[in-house]
Ligand binder design. Structure first.
Ligand SMILES: [Zn+2]
Ligand SMILES: [Zn+2]
Length: 606
C-alpha cells in the first residue's frame, strides 16, 4: 500500500511558489526600494517572504498596509506577465559577501552557510559550503538554491494571490529584528486557486480558536500565561466524555491505568537522558529542600519506575501502562497556536513492555486499537508514516532495528493503511509509526504515534526473568492515540466545525416553549429527558420562537424541541435540528428512543 510520491521540494508547485516569492520580493522593492530582504521560501499551499522596512518616527518597525499589499499584488502580476528568465549561477563566499554587502540578512545567511550551520532558507545543514547559489531574473538577484520555473510567465498571474502580512522575528527569535512577512499562494491555474481560497474560507469558519470562543469551550488568559488552556464547562464536558470513553476502552483492552506526579527529581531525568538531549524543551529546575526537581516533559520515566518496583517474569508480559499524563514542554511564544501548540498538555500516553516473541502481536493490537478509537470519533481517513533507521544516528545497530521495523511495517499492511516510508526519519532510539487523520477539509493532522524505544530500557536497566532463568531486556513501546487532549480537541472542533456528534455534544437538546404559558410543560419534558441521561437546556428567555431556534443552531445544539398547546395536549415534541430540518411533532417516547440509539452507536448523523 506504500506508494512512491514526488516530494513537494521536487514538484511543479514548489517551483511555481518559490518563483512567485522572488517576483513578489521584486514587486516589494519597486514600492519600497529601501526594504531589506530576509528569506522567502515556499511553504505548504504557498510561500512567504520576510522584509525589513526600517523604522517609523517612533522607532517602531514599519509595516505593510492593506493598500500596500493590493499594490504589491498588482505589480507582481504585471511583473509575472512581463516575461523574464530565471538564471542560475553561483558565487564564492567572498564574492557573495561583496555582492550582498548592503543586505545584512543575506550576509548573515552567507556566514552561516560558510560555517555549515543553515541553508538559504534558514534550515540546518550538515556541511560548510564554499560556493553559494544565486538566482536572477531581470535585476532581482537572490541568494538561492532554487529550484525555479524557467520563465516568470510560467507562474500564471491569475493563479497567484497575496493573502496577508504579519510580523515575524528574524530567525524566529524574539530577541532579534522584527520583520514584516507577506504570505502568498500560487497554483497551476485559476481554478486551483479558487478552490484553495474556498477551502481557506471554510477553514476560517472552522478555526477552533474562533469556535472555542463562540461555543464557550475554552480560553487562554494572558494572566495565566500563553499556551496554558482553561477548559470552560462545555469544553470540559466534551473532553470528559472523550476521556471517559477512551479510558473505559483501555481497561477493556488489557491496559492498566496509572497516575504519576507532575514533577520528578533531577536524578530521574539524568538517568532517562532527558537532561542531556531534551533540556531545551524543559522548564527551569524547581528547588525543593536541597534537591532540584523538573516539571515532566514526558511520562515514560515514571512508568518505568512503576515497572521496576518489582521483579518481572516472562509470564507477566506484556504489560500495558496507560496514563492521561499532563506534561509541560517549552515552546517559543511566537509558535503558540490555540489548542494546537501549547506549553502544557495531557497525553493519552501508554507504554507497552513485552518480549520479543510478543512484539508483532502487540504492535498489531496497538494499531488496531488506535484505529478503533479514532473511528469511534468519526475519523475514518488516515495517512500513516513509517520512520526507519538513520544510519548516522544509530550506527552499528542495524540488526536490532530489523524485527521491530518489520513488525511496524507488517502491522500497517495488515491494517490496510495507506502509508509512506520516511527512510532514515526515526529518532536514534527506535523506529515508529505516525498516524495522521485527514479531516473534512482534506487537511492532515498528526494524532497517533507508536514508537519503539531501545534506549530507556538500557538506561534504566529494565529486565524480566525469561523461561531460561536468565535476565532479559523487555521491548518498550511508547504510544499515544489521540496524542494530546488539547490538540485532539482542536482537531475535533475543526473537523466537525463545532457541531459535535450527539454523544459528545455538551448540550444535546434545547426546549423551546412557544410562549411563557408552555414553560411548565417544557420543564416537565426536560426533566424526563434528563432522567434518561440527556443534557437539556430550557430556553425561558423572552425571545420569539424563531430567534430561540436560531440561537440554538448557532450554538450547534443538535435538537430543538418546540412545545406549544398541541404538543402539550398530545404528549409530543416538535423536533427541529441544528441543520435546520423540521421534523414535525413526534411522541416524546419515540424521540427518546431514537436519541438513545444515536448516542450508544456514536452516530454522526442526527
Ligand atoms: Zn529563492
Ligand atoms: Zn513515553
Amino acid at each position: 500500500m506504500s506508494e512512491e510520491k514526488i516530494p513537494y521540494e521536487q514538484s511543479d508547485l514548489y517551483r511555481i511558489r518559490h518563483s512567485a516569492a522572488h517576483v513578489m520580493a521584486e514587486a516589494v522593492l519597486e514600492h519600497f526600494p529601501e526594504a531589506k530582504l530576509a528569506i522567502g521560501p515556499p511553504i505548504a499551499d504557498g510561500f512567504y517572504y520576510d522584509f525589513d522596512l526600517g523604522q517609523d518616527e517612533n522607532g517602531k518597525p514599519k509595516t505593510f498596509s492593506p493598500e500596500d499589499l493590493e499594490q504589491i499584488e498588482a505589480t507582481m502580476k504585471k511583473l509575472l506577465k512581463k516575461n523574464a528568465k530565471f538564471e542560475q549561477s553561483s558565487k564564492t563566499v567572498a564574492e557573495a559577501q561583496e555582492f550582498f554587502a548592503d543586505a545584512p540578512y543575506k550576509l548573515e545567511l552567507i556566514a552561516e552557510l560558510a560555517a555549515g550551520k543553515v541553508d538559504e532558507n534558514g534550515n540546518p545543514i550538515s556541511e560548510p559550503v564554499t560556493e553559494v547559489g544565486i538566482y536572477q531574473h531581470r535585476n532581482f538577484v537572490d541568494l538561492c538554491r532554487g529550484p525555479h520555473v524557467g520563465f516568470t510567465k510560467q507562474v500564471k498571474a491569475n493563479a497567484v494571490k497575496i493573502l496577508r502580512s504579519s510580523g515575524a522575528y528574524w530567525r524566529g527569535d524574539e530577541n532579534r529584528e522584527q520583520l514584516q512577512r507577506i504570505y502568498g499562494t500560487a497554483w497551476h491555474n485559476r481554478v486551483e486557486l479558487d478552490e484553495y481560497l474556498k477551502r481557506l474560507e471554510e477553514a476560517k469558519k472552522r478555526d477552533h480558536r474562533k469556535l472555542g470562543k463562540e461555543l464557550d469551550l475554552f480560553s487562554a488568559a494572558p494572566e495565566v500565561g500563553g499556551g496554558l488552556i482553561l477548559w470552560h464547562p462545555k469544553g470540559g464536558l466534551v473532553r470528559h466524555l472523550a476521556e471517559e470513553f477512551c479510558k473505559n476502552e483501555h481497561l477493556a483492552n488489557g491496559y492498566d491505568l496509572v497516575y504519576t506526579p507532575h514533577i520528578g527529581r533531577s536524578t530521574l531525568w539524568e538517568t532517562s537522558g532527558h537532561l542531556t538531549w531534551y533540556r531545551d524543551d524543559m522548564y527551569a529546575a524547581i528547588q525543593i529542600d536541597e534537591e532540584e526537581y523538573f516539571l515532566k516533559p514526558m511520562n515514560c520515566p515514571f512508568h518505568i519506575m512503576i515497572y521496576k518496583e518489582k521483579m518481572h517474569s516472562y509470564r507477566d508480559l506484556p504489560l500495558r501502562m496507560a496514563e492521561w499524563g499532563t506534561v509541560y514542554r517549552y515552546e517559543r511564544s511566537g509558535v503558540l497556536h490555540g489548542l494546537m501548540r501549547v506549553r502544557g498538555f495531557t497525553q493519552d500516553d501508554a507504554h507497552l513492555f513485552c518480549r520479543q516473541d510478543q512484539m508483532p502481536e502487540e504492535i498489531d493490537r496497538a494499531l488496531n486499537f488506535c484505529l478503533h478509537i479514532l473511528r469511534s470519533f468519526g475519523m475514518d481517513k488516515f495517512h500513516a508514516y513509517l520512520s526507519t533507521r538513520d544510519e548516522k544516528k544509530s550506527a552499528g545497530d542495524a540488526e536490532r532495528w530489523e524485527a521491530p521495523t518489520e513488525a511496524l511495517r507488517a502491522a500497517l499492511e495488515r491494517a490496510g493503511l495507506d502509508y509512506d516510508i520516511d527512510e532514515g526519519g526515526a529518532a536514534f532510539y527506535g523506529p515508529k509509526i505516525d498516524l495522521k487523520m485527514i479531516d473534512a477539509l482534506g487537511r492532515e493532522w498528526q494524532l497517533s504515534t507508536i514508537q519503539f524505544d531501545f534506549n530507556l530500557p538500557e538506561r534504566f536497566d529494565m529486565t524480566y526473568i525469561g523461561q531460561d532463568g536468565e535476565a532479559h531486556r523487555p521491548y518498550m513501546i511508547h504510544r499515544a492515540l489521540l496524542g494530546s487532549m488539547e490538540r485532539f480537541m482542536g482537531v475535533l472542533i475543526e473537523h466537525y466545525a463545532g457541531a459535535f456528534p450527539l454523544w459528545l455534544a455538551p448540550v444535546q437538546v434545547v426546549m423551546v416553549p412557544i410562549t411563557d404559558r408552555h414553560i411548565p410543560y417544557a420543564e416537565k419534558v426536560a426533566e424526563e429527558l434528563r432522567a434518561a441521561g440527556l443534557r437539556v437546556d430550557v430556553d425561558v428567555s423572552s425571545e420569539r420562537m424563531n430567534k430561540k431556534i436560531r440561537n440554538a443552531q448557532l450554538q450547534k445544539i443538535p435538537y430543538m424541541l418546540v412545545v406549544g398547546d398541541k404538543e402539550e395536549e398530545n404528549d409530543t415534541v416538535a423536533v427541529r435540528t441544528r441543520n435546520n430540518e423540521n421534523r414535525g411533532a413526534v411522541p416524546l417516547a419515540d424521540f427518546l428512543a431514537q436519541a438513545a440509539t444515536l448516542i450508544t452507536t456514536k452516530a454522526l448523523e442526527l
